[in-house]
Write a protein that binds this ligand. Structure first.
Ligand code: DX5
Ligand code: ZN
Length: 216
């Protein structure tokens, strides 16, 4: 399976969002990762539906929307209308996770579930065959530019093993602290999709950085 890269625009220049999306359109990025933070589930607020809509209008890539919010079930149809192709909810924020996954899929989006660093991978064993994406958080959600938690490599291997054992078609996405220096290890552990924000948007040549992440 080929490697996918999903740049997180959390670290983009929001004063020049159009330019940033055009840069991603012209890059080898597969998806665009949008981090939605509500200041309740995580101690930070990012951006919401109007920004997702604006990115959707400009982007030629599928939108990979990561909800770090409480009560995500209230907003699923609105994120679908705003242009999300992949919608990921945090496991810890969902009381009725199975129902939320069905809700996402019934609208034609791919359904993802994200696990905080402390959440056992086995927590999703009863829904692993229902989801398209398992997101392994490799930092505590809330901020870009944090340090990769080394234990995440074990968790990616566990996720890979769970998918193998169950015959699930879910892809593994890894999010947080990904740089060229650790991307190879993350892929080798079993990741299919790398999210990267700070690394990409803080370099002089983001398109070249994305290319290098793809070719690693
Ligand atoms: C963290 C977000 C990440 C973050 C990744 O809460 O979910 O997507 O933007 O950014 P970097 O690559 O800067 O760690
Ligand atoms: Zn994210």
């Amino acid at each position: 399976m080929s490697k996918l890269v999903s740049p997180s625009i959390l670290s983009a220049d929001f004063g020049n969002l159009q330019k940033e999306i055009e840069m991603l359109n012209g890059s080898l990025a597969d998806w665009i990762h949008l981090d939605i933070m509500d200041g309740v589930f995580v101690p930070n607020i990012s951006f919401g539906l109007p920004v997702v809509k604006a990115v959707y209008k400009l982007s030629v890539k599928p939108l990979d929307v990561h909800l770090m919010i409480v009560n995500p079930e209230k907003y699923i149809d609105r994120f679908c209308k705003a242009g999300a192709s992949i919608l990921t909810v945090q496991y810890e924020a969902c009381v009725h996770l199975h129902g939320i996954i069905q809700q996402i899929k019934s609208l034609g989006m791919k359904a993802g579930v994200s696990l905080n660093p402390h959440t056992p991978v086995s927590s999703v064993e009863n829904v692993i065959n229902d989801i398209d994406l398992l997101l392994v958080m490799s930092v505590n959600p809330g901020f870009g530019g944090q340090k990769f938690i080394p234990k995440s490599l074990d968790r990616i291997r566990q996720a890979k093993e769970l998918i193998r054992q169950t015959g699930s078609g879910a892809q593994i996405e890894v999010d947080g602290g990904i740089y060229l220096e650790n991307a190879g290890a993350v892929y080798s552990a079993g990741a299919d999709i790398l999210v990267s924000g700070n690394a990409i948007f803080s370099t002089a040549d983001p398109q070249d950085y994305i290319k290098k992440l793809k070719l690693i």
